[in-house]
Design a protein. Structure first.
Length: 246
């Protein structure tokens, strides 16, 4: 699988925003995103971060297995019965899980329709999305960008496992509303996107939130609470690039 086939952090965030815009509390819901292509993988990870269960179908077993190794799904199975056993259990517990089913997509979707397997949410334009929508599923937009926001990234010069969570907490404190869905993203995305976010974390902020983030971070560095150099950028342009800690 080429890098061009793997979603980046921005794509996953936009799918997360789309999902949360349709249903703020997706725990206990099933998302059907169709094939395990770039958009499908982005939705699978986004659903996990948001708290939903998800199902995708792909005829390419190697692509599904590689997606599993990359952390874009939790299970790869070979039959609809196997997929449903996992999904029903996690949906009942309102726990996130991403299942990829290897097989012929058209045949499996036909089996889903015949057996009355009804996702709560379906990716618009996905496999037989219109048929599921007619039966009561809600269509998900391909992705959503939060209006009037800027891309914000931050990284630390060393000991990222220790210091990035502390900077994350400051970023969450900077949001206008503590219950904002983006706080959940900041908290959980690094768990699911370990390779993408191991060194640099990502969110979208309004300009006033970014200013508050910068001010709070400067204050915590001056007080000695943060003792490593921190780099904050907006759309690639540096906002804070602190000197090396003494």
């Amino acid at each position: 699988m080429a890098d061009a086939d793997i979603p980046d952090t921005a794509e996953v965030f936009d799918h997360f925003a789309a999902l949360k815009s349709v249903t703020p509390e997706p725990g206990g819901l099933l998302v059907f995103y169709g094939e395990l292509d770039r958009q499908g993988m982005a939705m699978a990870v986004a659903a996990n971060i948001a708290g939903a269960a998800s199902l995708g179908i792909d005829a390419d077993a190697d692509r599904a297995k590689l997606a599993l190794r990359q952390g874009f799904c939790d299970f790869v199975v070979n039959s609809l019965d196997e997929a449903l056993r996992i999904l029903k259990n996690e949906v009942r517990k309102k726990q996130p899980v991403a299942v990829a089913l290897v097989g012929d997509p058209e045949s499996i979707v036909a089996e889903m329709l015949e057996r009355g397997v009804q996702p709560d949410l379906v990716a618009c334009g996905g496999l037989q999305s219109e048929a599921f929508i007619k039966r009561g599923s809600t269509a998900l937009p391909a992705a959503a960008t939060i209006a009037d926001t800027l891309v914000v990234t931050w990284s630390v010069s060393r000991d990222a496992a220790m210091w990035l969570p502390r900077v994350d907490a400051i970023a969450m404190e900077s949001l206008e509303n503590a219950s904002d869905a983006r706080a959940k993203w900041i908290r959980l995305a690094p768990r699911y996107l370990q390779k993408n976010l191991a060194r640099e974390h990502y969110v979208r902020m309004r300009s006033e939130e970014l200013l508050r983030f910068a001010d709070l971070l400067q204050t915590r560095m001056q007080s000695g609470e943060i003792t490593v150099p921190v780099h904050v950028a907006s759309s690639g342009l540096p906002i804070i690039h602190s000197p090396a800690a003494v």
